[in-house]
Design a binder for this molecule. Structure first.
Ligand SMILES: Cc1cc2nc3c(=O)[nH]c(=O)nc-3n(C[C@H](O)[C@H](O)[C@H](O)COP(=O)(O)OP(=O)(O)OC[C@H]3O[C@@H](n4cnc5c(N)ncnc54)[C@H](O)[C@@H]3O)c2cc1C
Length: 461
């Protein structure tokens, strides 16, 4: 039986722009996806109860108010100004550590929207909530990052490694089997960042901590997601991460490399790593994002437009889902065109990209083609209409039984004290500013859901 797709996403018109023009390179399977026409997909679940109905009213209201604030240039500007002041090390009145009233307001608004909690009790409570909502699991990240513009830190390397080790082991402790723990190698400290930027390996102290963390994660069946940073740092990140994939990914993907679709170098880096995985016999873990450091990258490193980044993103997703070499994702030699095992984590808030991936997976399931392990992830507090759509699809598909693709939606939640999470929150505000259009989509979806609940309360629906 050929099933129709069950996508819950409202697809903006621009998704129809998608043109597939890959050519084949001695590959077993052609990469010839039929054009994706997502406007025709309407979820039967969506017809009964909208996907956002699974969220608590407090969460819908908070999302509505925050997206309302961040989609107004004046209010967003004010948020930025306050956050900037809060980040100053000598702040007094605007320091969340020194001003209890500010801390309370901030914690119950922005912090709660985007972060998981300050300690194990709070984080466990949030994670339980996330699971109850219907997510397949969580991605937990300790808010530890060394910003390149920060300059010298006051800690010794040994102290920085100790903070990283504790944060990672605590994250693994709070996560459940099947979850992910995200991290940044630069979180190991200033010396680590220097090594990464020079493409050098970690010191023996760093390496023993990294291996201890990987062993702890492997013992609990938790996968690790080292994030991508600036391209100059990524070369070191790639080398450190690929070495770990070689060691830990023999059975399945335990360690993933993050690739940023906005970088022109990404297709060749993925091609290179696929060849390594094929030669050395391990599953390549791929976490694909568009990239969050656009303003800091030299223009020449990045695709010339958002549309070109979107195109690259969708092209890579399709090549990996179909395990097929293309014009961009090439085998190391035409005679070695076997595609290695691959696991893909699509980390995006872009509805058309998620819908295209779902469409490919639904077709593969209907055709009984083999499918790779594929996970979808959105950040906590963002794009809930997409996450909840995936949850609704998963519920519907599970009931349908055979020849279906049950999507695996994950929510990525950062934890740490209010002070530790400030840099992370500042980047979320910046991202909302960049993606004003998407924020409006979320605000509209949350507004409609609130209105639906009010009408239901007064018996109007
Ligand atoms: C779970 C999760 C984990 C993440 N981990 C990382 C990570 O490790 N490293 C990292 O860098 N980012 C990470 N991100 C952030 C990510 O890279 C994006 O910044 C963010 O998700 C917005 O992109 P989008 O795919 O959601 O879609 P959209 O909102 O449709 O795309 C916005 C993105 O498009 C790209 N873009 C915008 N304008 C242009 C232009 N003119 N030219 C070229 N490209 C353009 C930029 O990458 C921008 O961020 C993560 C995101 C998620 C959801």
């Amino acid at each position: 039986m050929k099933r129709t797709n069950l996508l819950n996403f409202k697809t903006p018109a621009r998704c129809c722009r998608y043109v597939h023009n890959s050519t084949l390179h001695n590959s077993a399977t052609p990469l010839e996806a039929p054009p994706v026409t997502m406007t025709s997909y309407v979820s039967p679940v969506a017809k009964k109860l909208p996907p956002l109905s699974i969220l608590s009213t407090s969460s819908v209201l908070r999302s509505y108010l925050i997206t309302r604030a961040t989609s107004s240039p004046i209010l967003l500007g004010a948020c930025f100004a306050v956050l900037k002041q809060m980040l100053r090390p000598n702040a007094v009145i605007l320091s969340p550590e020194r001003n209890p009233l500010l801390r309370w307001i901030f914690k119950h608004t922005f912090y709660t929207q985007f972060c998981a909690g300050e300690n194990k009790t709070e984080v466990r409570h949030t994670l339980a909530d996330v699971r109850k909502t219907g997510y397949s699991g969580v991605i937990l990240e300790y808010a530890l990052e060394l910003l390149q513009e920060d300059g010298a830190t006051k800690k010794t390397t040994a102290e920085e490694i100790a903070v990283f080790r504790k944060g990672m082991l605590d994250s693994i402790d709070m996560a459940d089997p099947g979850d992910f723990v995200a991290l940044k190698w630069s979180g190991l400290g200033e010396e680590a960042l220097g090594l990464l930027n020079k493409g050098l390996p970690p010191t023996s102290e760093m390496e023993s901590t990294i291996l201890e963390v990987c062993d702890a994660a492997a013992a609990k069946d938790i996968a690790l997601l080292p994030g991508a940073e600036l391209e100059i740092t990524n070369q070191g990140i790639d080398a450190w991460t690929l070495n770990l994939q070689r060691k830990y990914n023999k059975q399945k993907a335990l360690v993933y490399t993050t690739y940023q679709a906005y970088l022109c170098s990404t297709p060749s880096r993925i091609s290179r790593d696929l060849a390594v995985a094929q030669n050395d016999g391990f599953t390549l873990g791929v976490k694909l994002v568009r990239g969050a450091y656009l303003a800091s990258e030299p223009k020449s490193n990045v695709w010339p437009s958002k549309a070109a980044t979107d195109e690259a993103f969708d092209h890579i997703v399709e090549a990996l889902l179909r395990r097929t070499y293309t014009q961009l994702i090439q085998p190391s030699s035409p005679y070695k065109a076997v595609f290695p095992d691959v696991a893909l984590l699509i980390a995006s808030h872009n509805a058309p990209s998620i819908a295209k991936a779902r469409e490919i997976r639904v077709q593969q399931a209907a055709n009984r083609e083999p499918r790779i392990l594929c996970t979808y992830a959105q950040l906590r507090g963002m794009a809930d209409e997409i996450s909840c759509g995936l949850i609704a699809d998963a519920r519907q598909e599970r009931q349908a039984g055979v020849e279906v693709d049950v999507p695996r939606p994950y929510k990525c939640a950062t934890w740490g004290t209010v002070g530790e999470c400030l840099h992370f929150l500042y980047r979320r505000a910046a991202e909302n500013q960049d993606a004003a259009g998407r924020t409006v989509e979320t605000r509209r979806a949350m507004g409609l859901e609130l209105w639906r609940r009010v009408k239901a309360r007064v018996g109007m629906s």
